[in-house]
Design a protein around this ligand. Structure first.
Ligand SMILES: [Zn+2]
Length: 136
């Protein structure tokens, strides 16, 4: 894993479902820590698309946000969607796992999902967003 080389004290850990509940990941950029729920980590090891997306989403929080766990405080405000940290982390994950050049090569959700190791739903969202932005 290359992250410890970029962030010397980076730590990727797991926590049990009993502790994390419905949350799939917790990221603390200020402490250099990402926790994945143990079943999500196992899915990541097995290259399960949904879990790969979750890990990339948490990586997005790690590099983009000071404190993503504060997001709940902001959800009550009337924010433009692109200012929402969850939207930003999802977009990061989409771009990280499905670069635009690859989407242009495989603009079909089923094929893109297989090529990029993501779920067909994630591939479909990425394709439709790029079409909306007229990048496809
Ligand atoms: Zn998130």
């Amino acid at each position: 894993m290359w992250l410890p080389k970029v962030w010397e004290n980076f730590y990727l850990g797991t926590k049990e479902k009993a502790e994390m509940g419905d949350d799939h990941g917790w990221t603390y950029p200020d402490r250099g820590v990402i926790f994945l729920r143990e079943d999500v980590y196992e899915g990541l090891r097995l290259n399960r698309g949904r879990d790969r997306f979750t890990a990339a989403h948490e990586l997005g929080h790690f590099v983009l946000h000071d404190n993503p766990l504060a997001r709940s405080f902001r959800s009550s405000e009337n924010l433009e969607v692109f200012r929402d940290s969850e939207w930003q982390a999802d977009n990061f994950a989409g771009e990280f796992l499905m670069p635009v050049e690859v989407v242009r090569k495989y603009p079909d959700a089923y094929i893109l999902a297989a090529e990029c190791g993501v779920s067909e739903i994630a591939a479909s969202v990425r394709i439709s967003e790029l079409r909306k932005e007229r990048m496809l």
